[in-house]
Design a protein around this ligand. Sequence first.
Ligand SMILES: [Zn+2]
Length: 234
Amino acid sequence: MNLSKYAANYSDHPAFRFKRAGVTGELRGNIAVMLLYVSEEGHAWNDYDIAEFEKVYQGAIDDIINEANQRGIPLRISTLRFYEKSSLLECNILKWTTDILKNYSVISPKLFQEDCKCRYELDEAPLVFAINRKIRSFAFCANTKADDYTCEFSIVDRFDRKNTIVHELLHQFGAVDFYTTDITKLAADKYLKDSVMNGGSTIDSLTRFLIGWDKELSDNAIYFLEETKVHKNT
Ligand SMILES: [Zn+2]
């Protein structure tokens, strides 16, 4: 196998599709999460629920900061909180988000984040919606660099575990799921063990590269990329 440390060799690899795409770039510098508590119809947030969620959320943020600082990555993450009401989250997620953000005179999550970045002088302003009922949490990611309108945000819920919140937030900075196909799952189990992008709890070396922490691909990251390459016309 002819291996190369140069990421350029993998620029077509599906694992790289979110790296520096969309509105949020790298997870370093002065960052504030725009945490938007959404009280859906019939699922309002109260002070107790918010306090319970905050414990888990803050644990997730502290984990990310500690991990970054141990690696010498300059990173500060603060949180700005907003409270809104909405209809139930349904299939048309972009419409749901833009309806909520109308109160801020912006027409898209992307513009909301750009506006916050500017206003609060931040390097990045990732947007996270928190709702107060069990859903399958997910991140919505721009998947090409030219995808100007779509943007990253995530939707988490009060019952999420700490690692789920870390997972969704990392997506917004370019991380990808490793469990989507049998091939990627197997390769991740082998080379990127216990990754938070594969149901575990650590920030593996490929994810560190994707979110802008590591400047070089590790051997294990390269083995993973080699084993999960998509061969065109086959
Ligand atoms: Zn995911």
